[in-house]
Design a protein around this ligand. Structure first.
Ligand SMILES: [Ca+2]
Length: 722
């Protein structure tokens, strides 16, 4: 390890004999902002005041063509794993469509940066938004929570969006909490952006007192400036008057600054304006939306300032790689903006306050902690805790100056992000711009490189997919990164970039558009008709990628929607007696669900079915045979099993199946078996459920033709769905 470490470090500083920090691996801080456009921070052309980020840029390197995936969940999956999002299981959001690329959960065929760096001896910390699991409940499955995916400590939200004053699924390590009764963090006024910054600072300071000899990796995932427009009055006040002239004035001013800074080519054109300022109906409200948006970014920058200060205080700033980027472009979603507000007008008096220790489960809270119902719509000035409003398409268009499209789309407005890389010990290109394209997949590769970590081929018995990204370290030194292509897919929106050329399409049936990005990064001059051969070659290359990287079938989550609305039982918890026999519509709706089966025996037998749901096409069964306990799952006729030896006389078993197919069988404290099946069931079994036998078509292969009735006495079978 040490030899490789020195080689890596020396490669960074040009193999010179005076390589000073060859033996000291850097700390790494990855800062991710949420739903912000390419031109939203000062050093990329914004009027929003971000002196801290601008300072990092001045003493570091800015990438002008860095890319994300166009959406929250896939970006986080890709950033965390160094793979394209579908390969990590998160091609869309947090719903499970049954296909490898669309499970809505990080799978176990990828590693997170925290898992990799922890095994290389790093302390690993995270503050902020997780959003790569659908398991957000306080007492549910946690196998894909930060602590279970390699982080030593975590403070933040498991879910994606929420109130900044009362975030839902707020969690420290593995415990969800109320900001009101959280004994470890009691600021004068709770505001999530500050809470993230304060915990990041706390992690640095604790690391420094507890294990100063180790390097650390920290992932700081802010939710600024994602909707709702929530910001503190003193920050909003700073932007009074900034936005009174409207979208066009801001877009033109930004483009002028961007050209001066060099973050876009001097001859780039401005994409068409999305909304007409002269037609805005609620002018003050529209102005206020952008003032709040700016204030949210401002507050995040102040927080990053606290993190930088704590690096200075612990004498770590020089040898820490700080990376700043954004998860997708400005967001045109119209949440809470309708003239007919979804929520009622502000009442005269509040309702009953929430209980202090009450957990917040709602992305849009029903009321504030002190009892004010939430209000939306153009009558309501955004900012305070009882509002929930997005800043809208006109401003998103300004955020993405000068590019086309928004979050969700893979045109430049959806996928372009700043990347600031600050590392005084190794990056000497202070204030310079790097124009080579890069993508989130490169961050893991960079971390593995500079931490001299091993990225394994297999881990805990699972094969791990090889990294897709390239280390950015050559670019840190002004050298070339070798790369063939960068690919995108989100909601059927597709793109590939090879060199200066980008082929891009909207939706799963939209025609390919071809652009020369060097000449036309605003994607205004479609060359597809003029260059059919290039279109053919690039689209074939994209198709090949889609095939190998779990992108296909395209948009399975749309096609599954109908299937999921069928009228099955909505019960989540079934307590069943020995001879229970349920028809399909009364049986547990196990499709796309994690299940926990708890069996209690009155008298232990030797063989037979404990509980079976389904038949010879689809279903699952728990049974005893040959001194073993078995879990079997049937999928399109194929059987998958996990089994373990049964302790004599055992009367209690718990069988757990996660959505991604991890199975454990325990009896009391004893682990009897662990294994995997492909995942949760993809269809609701047609046959019903029986306790103590498997009627009609068999789920498992028991070697008998009858119902394989259990020869002991069952007291109860409980089935819980998540
Ligand atoms: Ca986002």
């Amino acid at each position: 390890m040490r030899i490789r470490l020195i080689l890596v470090a020396c490669a960074l500083c040009g193999l010179g004999p005076t390589c000073a920090s060859a033996t000291e691996r850097p700390n790494i801080i990855v800062i991710l902002a949420d739903d912000m456009g390419y031109s939203d921070i000062g050093c990329y052309g914004s009027e929003v005041q971000t002196p801290v980020l601008d300072g990092l840029a001045e003493r570091g390197l800015r990438f002008t063509q860095f890319y994300n995936t166009a959406r929250c969940c896939p970006t986080r999956a890709s950033l965390l794993t160094g793979l394209y999002p579908h390969q990590a299981g998160v091609g869309h959001m947090m719903s499970d469509s049954g296909f490898e690329g669309y499970r809505g959960e990080l799978n176990r065929r990828c590693m997170t940066m925290a898992e990799v760096l922890k095994s290389a001896g790093y302390g690993t910390y995270m503050a902020g938004k997780w959003h790569v699991t659908s398991d957000v409940k306080p007492d549910g499955m946690k196998n894909n929570w930060p602590i279970q995916r390699g982080f030593d400590r975590f403070y933040g939200t498991i879910h994606g969006a929420g109130s900044f004053y009362d975030p839902n699924s707020l969690t420290r390590d593995n415990t969800q909490l109320s900001p009101v009764t959280d004994a470890e963090y009691q600021p004068a006024n709770y505001y999530y952006t500050d809470a993230i910054s304060d915990h990041a600072v706390r992690f640095i300071s604790d690391h420094n007192t507890q294990q100063a000899d180790k390097p650390f990796f920290m992932y700081v995932a802010y939710t600024a400036a994602h909707w709702p427009m929530h910001a503190l009055p003193e920050d909003i006040a700073k932007y009074k008057g900034f936005y009174d002239e409207g979208y066009g004035a801001i877009r033109r001013a930004r483009l002028r600054r961007m050209k001066e800074l060099g973050v876009v080519p001097p001859d780039i054109e401005l994409s068409p304006q999305a909304e007409d300022w002269s037609k805005v109906k609620h002018l003050e409200w529209e102005i206020r939306c952008m003032e709040v948006y700016a204030a949210m970014i401002d507050r995040m920058d102040q927080g990053i300032g606290k993190i930088v200060q704590s690096l200075k205080d612990t004498d770590r700033l020089d040898n820490t790689l700080v990376l700043f980027m954004q998860d997708n472009g400005g967001c045109a979603e119209g949440l809470g903006r309708g003239a007919k507000a979804n929520l009622p007008r502000r009442p005269e008096k509040p309702e009953a306050a929430m209980e202090p220790g009450e957990l917040q489960f709602d992305m849009i809270p029903k009321k504030t902690r002190d009892g004010w119902p939430l209000v939306q719509g153009p009558e309501v000035m955004p900012g305070p805790a009882d509002t929930y409003i997005a800043y809208g398409r006109g401003w998103a268009n300004a955020s993405n100056t000068p590019f086309r499209e928004y979050k969700h789309w893979v045109h430049e407005g959806g996928v372009s992000t700043p990347l600031i890389a600050h590392w005084p010990a190794q990056i000497k290109r202070h204030g310079e711009l790097e124009h080579q394209p890069g993508h989130l997949i490169d961050i893991m590769a960079t971390c593995v490189d500079i931490a001299a970590a091993d990225y394994p081929t297999d881990y805990e018995g699972q094969q791990i997919k090889p990294l897709e990204g390239r280390s950015l370290t050559p670019a840190f030194q002004g050298e070339e990164i070798e790369r063939e292509a960068i690919f995108w897919e989100h909601e059927g929106n597709r793109a590939i970039r090879v060199g200066d050329w980008k082929l891009v399409a909207k939706g799963d049936t939209g025609p390919w558009e071809l652009y020369n990005i060097r000449a036309d990064r605003a994607e205004l001059n479609n060359l597809a008709a003029a260059e059919p051969t290039r279109v053919r070659v690039l689209s074939a290359q994209w198709q090949q990628y889609a095939q190998r990287a779990d992108v296909l079938p395209l948009t399975p989550y749309y096609k599954n929607r109908k299937k999921k609305t069928a009228g099955f039982s909505k019960k989540k918890n079934f307590k069943l007696i020995a001879d229970a026999d349920l028809p399909q519509n009364k049986s547990p709706m196990v499709m796309d669900k994690a299940i926990t089966v708890t069996v209690k025996l009155a008298a232990a037998g030797t063989q037979g079915v404990l509980v079976a749901q389904g038949g010879s096409a689809s279903g699952y069964v728990v049974y005893q045979k040959s001194e073993k306990i078995w879990f079997a799952q049937r999928r399109q006729g194929k059987i998958f099993t996990v089994s373990g030896m049964l302790p004599t006389g055992a009367k209690n078993f718990v069988i757990l199946l996660t959505k991604v197919g991890d199975v454990t069988i325990t009896s009391g404290d004893r682990l009897l078996a662990r294994g995997t099946v492909p995942g949760s069931l993809q269809s609701m079994p047609i046959d019903g459920l029986q306790v103590g036998r498997d009627a009609a078509g068999h789920v498992g292969d028991y070697g008998v033709t009858d119902d394989f009735a259990y020869d002991g006495t069952i007291q109860q079978v409980q089935i819980k769905l998540e």
